[in-house]
Design a protein around this ligand. Sequence first.
Ligand code: ADP
Ligand code: MG
Ligand code: ZN
Length: 641
Amino acid sequence: SSDLTTMDDKNPDKQSKRVRLYYIAAILLILVINTIISPMFFQPKVHEVSYTNFLSMVDEGKATKVEITKDRIALLCNQEGKEQIYVTGRVDDPELVSRLVKAKVEFSQVIPKQESPIMSFFNNWILPFLLFMVIGQLIMRYLGPKLGGGNMMSFGKSNAKVYIAAQTGKTFKDVAGQDEAKEALQEIVNYLHNPARYKAIGAVMPKGVLLVGPPGTGKTLLAKAVAGEAKVPFFSISGSEFIEMFVGMGAARVRDLFKQAQEKAPCIVFIDEIDAIGKKRDNGAFGSNDEREQTLNQLLSEMDGFDGSKGVIILAATNRPEVLDKALLRPGRFDRRVPVELPDLQGREAILKVHSHDVKMDPQVDFHTIALATSGASGAELANIVNEAALRAVRMGRSEVIQEDLEESVEVVIAGAQRKGAVISPEEKKVIAYHEIGHALVAACQKDSAPVHKITIIPRTSGALGYTMQVDTQEKVLMSREELYNKIVTLTGGRSAEEVVFNLVTSGASNDIEQATKLARAMITRFGMTEEFDMVALETVNNAYLSGDTSLSCAPETAARIDGAVFDLVKKAHKEAREILEAHREKMDELAQYLLKKETITGDEFMAILHGTMEQAEPETVETTAVPETAQVEQGQEPEA
Ligand code: ADP
Ligand code: MG
Ligand code: ZN
């Protein structure tokens, strides 16, 4: 939340305490420098000798120069080529001058430098102090708001900052798509504007609202927008900020936060990443986390304790709702849940437009095409795509972003930047080209497959050696068994091409294999698409918004049968892909040659070659198919890497 400007901390005594500490430290430092360090460095190394020794040195002719001050005598000696300084106390010795003259030593009485004590005091004490004051001011000015407490000095004080509504600078206009979420939050904004209206009818606002969704979908952004719309104070804190080194500190913070919030009501308290404190408390195995539990308990009791009709609304965001403690979710606490899902086609287009607002764009740019190609991308990724495109335009020396920039940056975000310097031998390049053409050809020969958009064999920094991009003409929310199966056939097409053409098996298909297996498994265990297992859930998804990991929930014998079914399904798909490619062997050669020559070809070029000599491919079946899919990226292991 760094783009929000903070108002002063609510506790000025904390600030002044910090300033006082700083000056005490500065004074101590000057003291140390003046009394210990500077004498060590600035006074020459001298040896103290007795007056007798001094006289004998003069008499022996070792001295080259003597300086006499009011109470000391310094002697410069030249011993074995090295200059040494000796000092001795000045003794009232009337013969000294004649001795020195006799020894032919250059000598003089040093006239003490007339540095006034005031000047020296100023130089040694006042000047450094002024310097420290200036530095202190600068630190306070630039770092003060960022330091924002949280250190050992501010025990038990809340980290919550008060935000002025107008300064969040975000409104619902900045959030594209997410209409349902905005609608749900609009009610809260209305309530904060006019609580009396709700009171009159006897309606009670929920105390807490939980925003849940995958990372980067705009949860934090929405919370800021609510504050901007409601024009009420906005307390923002991240769940992890509650967790402190010392047990009890987090609880103190919660207490303090709610105290501040109630003083400022109506207002919004936003707890980002609430799963950091809100995790289930039942993990007794490893010594339970006392600090976190105390903090959570405090949060629960504060939420119960405050009077909701005063107008304090608590927003929280998380991408792991399933780990939250049940107690947090019960009515009276976070009982309203607002899903913030990945954007759909229209949502993506809108987000691209919002982020292009401040970017100079060629008026010809077609956001719809980009939105189609980015199925599954989050708002944050789309924002990143627009920015990457703008950066590319600058690199290319253009003053506007054009379609090509956007399309290239989609690929950069999906598969990483191009690896121009990668050295790949011609034979390997040929294998990669056939592999990609294998995918594309299988996809094109199937009824229910997304049209091929682009094929490239330029390696990417993600490790992809090439990829085939399929883009749908429209967005689909349902996938039939046939479509899923066809997808598996397409995924096996790459390896099949290697086999058919070179009779070769390479490591380049590892990512295809992984994806195909995952799909086949999901069809059997979660989508109920086999007769054998029918509509029985054999796997459950653990955290839908993050990795999407699954856990098996069946007997070991069943698990073995599932594995068998997965083998059969993938094998069948692989066989089918090989058959398709064997039937189109000549076409495959022609396409692979073309791809090798151009390195990147568009779907249109691909289709033109395909249709040029092959009459049996039905063009319309290719046009009308639709499977939501972003791109298949070959994460092939690099040869000899
Ligand atoms: P989350 O908190 O859900 O992980 P953020 O709110 O931090 O995601 O979103 C990160 C960035 O992505 C935002 O700052 C914004 O630039 C962009 N973004 C995400 N969703 C949207 C959206 N719906 N409209 C506009 N920008 C969005
Ligand atoms: Mg966030
Ligand atoms: Zn592949």
